[in-house]
Write a protein that binds this ligand. Structure first.
Ligand code: FMN
Length: 309
């Protein structure tokens, strides 16, 4: 079955995209993920200057999903450009597009890091305006406010020469309003969602929060219904494509995102649960289910949840 999709005119061999922050730090890892069957790969969000991130423990499996407060550790954009350039060459031969993710805490820095990152020649640039784990440092994320989301989108759009993806936060009362604002400001696609939260897990014996940062973003199976609802609301509101991310672990979950309106589907925490095989497994589960349901292709079923009573 042909599962290839077009995202902003760029062909993806299948709709399953490695989400940002998961195995996306080094060229070798990005290429391994592509060889393992990803339809596109997203690099770990990168800032202008290197960042150490939060101390350990930073990630925890709490039973219903993961909670993390990595603190956006990254080597800074200059080191990342070299890494992504190397990755891009190999990804091109595999036919797997590269999505470069950047973040900053001012509009000017977003513009600067986006401009630099374009030197790595990514197929897409993604702006992470929605990380929930650095609020103590930076204040509320841009994605909390439609005006700020639009301001950063239009400023970055003016300096990039590839399609611009804006990654939104579920931690808002009306995600569709934010989606509309970034579409009006020139976004080419929307990625939804980033982690939910922040949340907290407390150790019963010590009585202390387990994450060194005390709070972190929640991902994995527990957030999937929220992610599906966000994709559904965004699809009903905008015309640009949506990448549905959040708790997708099986082919059933991926199809659910497509039915809600997603063009492509991000895979993050599932790599913790199913390893690198996740891409092949999810893909073959999708194919089997599509046959079972007599669905012929993804275009035919995208967004059909909106037409059903
Ligand atoms: C350990 C970890 C690190 C992450 N780092 C980033 C990041 O650097 N940039 C970003 O935009 N999202 C980051 N995310 C969020 C994921 O890309 C994704 O949006 C979220 O985890 C929901 O998808 P999932 O349930 O499939 O994991 C991170 C998530 C996890 C679990």
């Amino acid at each position: 079955m042909n599962l290839s999709v077009q995202l902003c005119g760029v062909p993806l061999p299948n709709p399953l995209i490695l989400a940002s922050g998961i195995l996306g730090t080094q060229a070798g890892l990005l290429v391994r993920v592509a060889r393992a069957g990803a339809g596109a790969v997203t690099s770990k969000s990168c800032s202008l200057q290197p960042r150490a991130g939060h101390p350990n423990p930073t990630v925890l499996d709490w039973g219903g999903g993961l909670i993390n407060a990595i603190g956006l550790s990254n080597p800074g954009v200059e080191a990342q450009i070299a890494e992504l350039r190397a990755a891009k060459q190999q990804l091109r031969t595999l036919g797997v597009p590269l999505i470069a993710s950047v973040f900053a805490h001012t509009v000017n820095d977003f513009v600067a890091v986006a401009e630099r990152m374009c030197l790595a020649d990514p197929d897409f640039l993604e702006i992470n305006i929605s990380c929930p784990n650095v609020e103590a440092e930076f204040g509320p994320p841009f994605a909390a406010d439609p005006r700020m989301s639009a301001a950063v989108t239009s400023a970055v759009k003016a300096v990039v020469n590839c399609p611009l993806i804006v990654k939104l936060s579920p931690n808002v009362s009306d995600i569709a309003a934010i989606a509309r604002a970034v579409e009006d400001a020139g976004a080419d696609a929307i990625a939804a969602i980033n982690t939910l939260g922040p949340g907290m897990v407390i150790d019963i014996h010590s009585g202390a929060p387990i994450l060194a940062n005390r709070v972190g973003g929640v991902s994995g199976p527990a957030i999937r219904p929220i992610a599906v609802r966000c994709v559904y609301d965004i699809y009903a509101t905008v015309r640009i494509p949506v990448i549905g991310i959040g708790g997708v672990t099986t082919g059933r979950d991926a199809l659910e995102m497509i039915l809600a309106g997603a063009t492509a589907v991000g895979i993050g925490s599932a790599l913790y649960y199913r390893g690198l095989d996740a891409f092949q497994l999810i893909r073959s589960e999708m194919e089997n289910l599509m046959e079972e349901c007599s669905y012929r292709n993804l275009d035919e079923i995208r967004g059909i949840a909106h037409e059903r009573p």
